[in-house]
Design a protein around this ligand. Structure first.
Ligand code: SF4
Length: 331
């Protein structure tokens, strides 16, 4: 057992996490982030040694959202080994999960703002049409995000809404993502709807370990999570190539057919959902017969509609590419 593992030993005991499970999880995080296991262990051990002062402060703001990303975060607290990573954060302000409210909550926020150097996490979109669509404590959410971004060491947009506007982008408020509001800043977009807990934990580990953002694609998403399109790793892919498209959900003979004609946007959506899976590796949209709705893409939700037919703009592009034999190339 090396020094870093020894330092973590107390933490493991307290949470009832076996050393074996912990090291297995570190191995997964290493593979996920491309970081060495010893570098991850070292950064976690350093934070554990320093106690409260070693924790990365976090300010989490909620705008036009459904709180699904917060639910995803709290879901990742189980198994306890993931909570061991998230415990290296000091969440100073989070309207949904903090015990404080009113003036006490506001003063916690102001205190964090004064000190600066926090990780700013934004959940939910920002209204572009009119500030009055999202006001907090009598102030426009847009102003709050601009103010908090000024003193942040890193900015994370979690979920489709904070990344690119999401469903509220198609509403009268014309919700926009953080990067659109702050074009001069580096914003890490974890754009699935909701955020995948492992995308969040993996990105946090990357920041804790290297102090830097992971490598991002042209849409500001970490390449490690948003590489190949869903279609490339889909179990139904052979049926797409053979043009066996599901037409009737009630017909057992079609149960494994490709869902393209039921609106699947997998060929146009970069995400590792088919390999990472959801709900503690249980399944994901396509595995339970729903088709990919392209939630990780900047064009979600407006251009992905209609969701359950292949009559929309994006579906027509996919079909044209299939016909031209270009389907692996995303457009
Ligand atoms: Fe899978 Fe959708 Fe591609 Fe069909 S279109 S193979 S269901 S990703």
């Amino acid at each position: 057992m090396d020094d870093y593992e020894k330092i973590m030993e107390k933490d493991l005991e307290l949470r009832g996490v076996s050393r074996r499970d912990f090291l297995k999880y570190i191995g997964i995080l290493g593979a996920m982030t491309g970081l060495s296991e010893s570098a991850i262990l070292k950064s976690l051990a350093q934070a554990a040694e320093k106690g409260g002062s070693g924790k990365l402060p976090v300010v989490w703001l909620n705008g036009q959202d459904c709180t699904g990303c917060t639910i995803s975060l709290t879901g990742s607290l189980n198994p306890p080994v993931a909570s061991l990573i998230l415990d290296k954060l000091s969440i100073r302000y989070h309207e949904t999960i903090m015990a404080a409210s009113g003036e006490v909550a506001e003063s916690a926020y102001q205190d964090a703002l004064k000190k600066g150097g926090y990780l700013l996490v934004v959940e939910g979109s920002i209204p572009e049409a009119d500030d009055r669509f999202c006001m907090i404590g009598g102030r426009p959410f847009k102003k709050i995000v601009q103010e908090a971004a000024g003193k942040a060491s890193m900015i994370l947009a979690v979920g489709a809404c904070a990344s690119f506007g999401g469903i509220p982008a198609a509403s009268p408020s014309r919700g926009m993502g953080v990067k659109k509001l702050l074009p001069e800043k580096t914003v890490i977009n974890l754009s699935t709807c909701p955020v995948h807990p492992e995308h969040l934990v993996g990105t946090i580990v990357q920041i804790l370990t290297t102090g830097k953002a992971p490598e991002l694609d042209d849409n500001g998403r970490p390449k490690i999570f948003f590489g190949p399109v869903v279609h490339e790793n889909c179990k139904r892919r052979q049926n797409f190539d053979d043009s066996k498209f599901l037409k009737d959900w009630n017909d057992p003979a079609q149960k494994d057919y490709c869902l393209f004609e039921k609106g699947c946007k997998g060929p146009n959506t970069n995400s590792d959902c088919p390999v990472r899976l959801w709900n503690d590796k249980t399944n994901f949209c396509i595995d339970c017969g729903a088709g990919c709705q392209g939630c990780a893409e900047p064009t979600f939700y407006g251009q992905m509609t209609p969701l359950f037919t292949s009559e929309g703009e994006v579906s027509k592009k996919i079909l044209a590419k299939k016909q031209a034999g270009l389907i692996s190339v995303k457009g």
